[in-house]
Design a protein around this ligand. Structure first.
Ligand code: HEC
Length: 208
């Protein structure tokens, strides 16, 4: 029988820690990383008071509930990936990134920083159309369709109903626009200036 080993690596962030001088031959690919216990429960910010027409309130509240339930803020909020969210910048993007290359083999992985999804026109999604937001959520497509969203777990949202995705869009449009620019993507091989975590499922090739 083929044995398969799947390793899940999550919440590991960059930290400077020195190699053990007594054991120089030991190779520890995660020696520059520390384990993080990110257990904070995040509330999604409420809509801007008075901004939602009474007949849309139910839809917007449903969207808020779904954004909390689907964990959007856990990535899209500064500090949340390390368990210390900045509640003033809820959903306004994260300066802690997520690496998308093999953590055991590449010491300078590509890194994406979860973007600002508040309605700020310059740094958020204020100028995105409803369809563009919807496609990002359920099909993993970037604004200029064709570019795949690599890190966001859109597969988990792909089966969302039209009603629910409409509610998320209505909710995202109702919250306070927060001006907050996240760092640009770091390509593999380049040095990331901002910290990042690893997510991912890695299968051992041993049984191939
Ligand atoms: C595991 C982290 C993670 C979670 C959870 C997550 N996202 Fe994302 N999201 C990202 C990253 C990273 C990107 C940047 C694109 C990429 O992955 O390639 C992104 C991109 C987006 C974009 C496109 C915005 C842009 O400027 O490119 C939208 C809209 C979005 N996410 C909305 C959501 C919503 C709504 C939820 C919850 C239903 C959610 N995300 C959950 C990480 C996440």
């Amino acid at each position: 029988m083929k044995s398969r080993c799947i390793v899940l690596i999550a919440y590991v962030t960059l930290a400077g820690c020195a190699a053990d001088p007594a054991n120089e031959t030991y190779y520890d690919p995660l020696e520059d990383y520390e384990e993080i216990d990110a257990t904070t429960v995040l509330d999604a910010p409420g809509p801007v008071p008075g901004s939602v027409a009474p007949e849309r309130l139910f839809q917007v509240q449903r969207g808020e509930y779904l954004v909390e339930l689907l964990g959007c803020g856990a990535c899209h909020t500064d500090g949340a990936l390390e368990g210390v969210p900045d509640f003033d910048k809820s959903l306004a993007g994260s300066r802690i990134g997520i690496a998308y290359n093999n953590p055991l083999g590449i010491d300078k992985p590509g890194v994406l920083y979860p973007p600002n999804i508040t309605p700020d026109e310059e740094t958020g999604i204020g100028t995105w159309s409803d369809t563009q937001i919807e496609r990002a959520i359920r099909a993993g497509l970037g604004r200029h369709a064709g570019r795949r969203i690599a890190v966001m777990p859109w597969q988990g949202y792909a089966k969302i109903t039209q009603e629910d995705v409409d509610a998320i869009v209505a909710y995202l449009r109702s919250i306070k626009p927060v001006r907050h620019k996240v760092p640009d993507e770091v390509l593999p091989g380049k040095t990331a200036e901002y910290p990042f975590v690893y997510f991912g499922v890695y299968r051992s090739r041993a049984a191939d």
